[in-house]
Design a protein. Structure first.
Length: 72
C-alpha cells in the first residue's frame, strides 16, 4: 500500500486525497466545502433525533417538528 488514502468528496463524489496537506479534506475544494456548509446552514441536512421517553406529548412543538404535519 502506498499510504495515500483517497476518498470520494461528500459533495461532488470526485476522488480526492485525504491527507493533512489537503486543506479542504474530506472535500475536494473550497467550493464543495462551502456548498456543504451552506446546506447545513439552510437546514437541508438535519441530525435525526428521537424525543426522550419522558417528553410531554402535549408540550409545544418547534416549527421544524410541525413541518411534517403538513404532509399528512
Amino acid at each position: 500500500m502506498n499510504g495515500v488514502r483517497e476518498v470520494h468528496c461528500p459533495t461532488c463524489r470526485q476522488l480526492t486525497v485525504y491527507a493533512a496537506d489537503n486543506p479542504w479534506r474530506p472535500f475536494c475544494s473550497a467550493r464543495c466545502r462551502g456548498m456543504d456548509l451552506g446546506a447545513w446552514a439552510s437546514e437541508d441536512y438535519r441530525v435525526a433525533t428521537t424525543p426522550p421517553a419522558d417528553a410531554d406529548p402535549d408540550a409545544p412543538r418547534s416549527p421544524i417538528d410541525r413541518e411534517g404535519d403538513r404532509d399528512r
